[in-house]
Design a protein around this ligand. Structure first.
Ligand SMILES: *Cc1c(COP(=O)(O)O)cnc(C)c1O
Length: 426
């Protein structure tokens, strides 16, 4: 039977056809709420819970020997998780390591690869990037005695939402030593053309690294094929590794052997680490850019979570993600016409990441009304409601429901009950 695209029956038909639908049962979803914030903090899966408990059990059972014994020996965990994650970024298994956090890894990679010489001394970033990246770059410039006012160049956005690759390329002058850009912009969800940008950077003799926080686990990458120099990301958003999960970094193998800017004993070659020498023999892998002892309990959920990604397949995840995000956009355009919403996300599949950004001048209080109606969105000041239908655990029926709730909030002006300002954690 043909049913109209905008009905709940149609949404249910899409769910029945969804080959990833079964993964939904693997996650802890609340029966009376719809989670649309998996791009900020992914939900707990039963497998991630299991592997965390297994690591605790290893500690209980083995004490110090848990480093080399037990279900998942901790001494090799960062390397093993890196290898399991490598397919998600299109890298070889020894080019990825699970370590640190986004911000710490950015510091490490800039300390390692930013080498101002002669007149080539500047770092190129963009004005829409996440603040922590800017803070880290500013402080790295300070450690070189350079003024961020003159040495941190930020490519401008023409409309406050998107970046034009042409503008970025134009800013790649012979004064630029290093480029740091997001893979996916955290507000608008725009994907940058990493292949093209890397090619253009390299033509000009500039190194380039990417912040993959909003793309890891949501879209496939080919860092190796594109010849990206390095990248870093967090594992608690689309990868569902848990709050404060240990982050990840990628270093192109052509850079193996480059001395870590911030050295520590976990960057040693594994065989040499416990020789306790005062000369570092660095690992011949991305492992060299670890610093100290890994936070094992914040790595452990990733073991289970990555199993799910391996089984589901990142191309299938991307396929559903595009479809369910497009479905959300279609419903918004159909149901919320003339209610002041603007879709601040690229329309082309090739330029859209894993979330939809709805702009509205009352966004902060619409978000509060959504929460009181059992929908978990997130708000980005000043006017963005980010909604992330996640391929592994969001259903089409839920997306349908969210749009109906939004419609109700708008027609009943429910949002007027709330103040239009953000909460502490937005
Ligand atoms: C979430 C996010 C971060 C967070 O950095 P942490 O060090 O994990 O706190 C950094 N950059 C971007 C683009 C992000 O989306």
């Amino acid at each position: 039977m043909m049913v109209s695209t905008y009905t709940l029956d149609y949404a249910r038909q899409l769910d029945e056809k969804d080959t990833l639908h079964a993964f939904r049962d693997e996650f802890y979803l609340k029966p009376d709420s719809i989670y649309m914030d998996g791009n900020s903090l992914g939900l707990l899966s039963k497998r991630a819970e299991r592997t965390l408990l297994e690591s605790l059990a290893d500690w209980k059972e083995h004490g110090i020997d848990g480093w080399t014994q037990g279900k998942q020996p901790w001494f090799f965990l960062s390397e093993e998780l890196g290898a399991k994650m490598a397919h998600l970024v299109g890298a070889a298994s020894d080019e990825v390591i699970v370590t640190g956090s986004t911000t710490v890894n950015l510091h490490q990679l800039v300390a390692t690869f930013y080498k101002p010489v002669g007149t080539r001394t500047k770092i190129l970033a963009d004005e829409l990037t996440f603040p922590t990246d800017i803070y880290a770059l500013q402080s790295q410039l300070h450690t070189h005695g350079l003024d961020p006012q003159t040495h941190l160049v930020r490519v401008k956005s023409r409309d406050g939402r998107f970046l034009e690759e042409d503008d970025i390329i134009e800013a790649m002058t012979d004064e630029i030593a290093l480029i740091i850009l997001p893979t996916v912009l955290y507000r608008s969800g725009q994907i940058l053309d990493m292949k093209r940008l890397t090619e253009e950077a390299h033509k000009r003799g500039i190194m380039i690294g990417f912040d993959g926080c909003h793309s890891i686990g949501a879209i496939p990458h080919s860092f190796g094929e594109w010849d990206v120099d390095f990248a870093y990301w967090c594992n608690y958003k689309h990868l569902n590794g848990g709050p404060g999960a240990v982050g990840g970094l990628y270093v192109n193998r052509k850079h193996f052997g480059t001395m870590p800017g911030l050295a520590g004993w976990f960057g040693s070659s594994k065989e040499k680490q416990f020789d306790m020498e005062h000369t570092l023999t660095q690992a011949d892998s991305a492992g060299a850019y670890q610093i100290g002892t890994p936070n094992v309990l914040s790595c452990a959920p990733l073991i289970g979570s990555l199993e799910i990604f391996m089984e589901a397949g990142i191309d299938n995840i991307r396929g559903k993600s595009l479809k369910i995000n497009q479905y959300l956009i279609d419903l918004v355009e159909h149901e919320l016409k003339d209610m002041g919403f603007f879709i601040g996300t690229p329309r082309e599949d090739s330029r859209r990441g894993g979330h939809v950004s709805l702009e509205h001048k009352e966004a902060a209080r619409i978000c509060k009304a959504l929460k009181d109606n059992g929908v978990i969105p997130d708000f980005r000041a000043p006017n963005i409601i980010r909604l992330a239908p996640v391929a592994l655990y969001t259903s089409y029926a839920e997306v349908w429901e969210v749009v109906q709730i939004l419609k109700k909030i708008m027609t009943e002006k429910q949002y007027e009950k709330y103040k239009n300002e953000r909460e502490v954690v937005a």
